[in-house]
Write a protein that binds this ligand. Structure first.
Ligand code: ZN
Length: 74
């Protein structure tokens, strides 16, 4: 698809590290499958992937982790 941020690049399937911040907690989830813009690097997550990522982030927040680095697993 065409990137909505830069309106130049086309997205290609790839893997990204998603960083979430909630208050004191920073969660980094690596190897998340995404559509990545070849031009500006913006990424887009499919809805089920995004839901999974945010759920994992919430778990880390509930554990009161300061920084947590996770690997994405479907
Ligand atoms: Zn772009």
């Amino acid at each position: 698809m065409k990137c909505v941020i830069c309106k130049q690049g086309e997205t290609v399937p790839g893997r990204v590290a998603v960083t979430l911040q909630r208050g004191e907690t920073i969660v980094i989830i690596r190897d998340v499958p995404a559509q990545v813009c070849q031009d500006c690097g913006e990424y887009y997550l499919d809805e089920p992937v995004a839901s999974n990522v945010y759920a994992r982030g919430e778990e880390a927040v509930n554990r009161h982790a300061e920084v947590e680095i996770l690997h994405y697993a479907a």
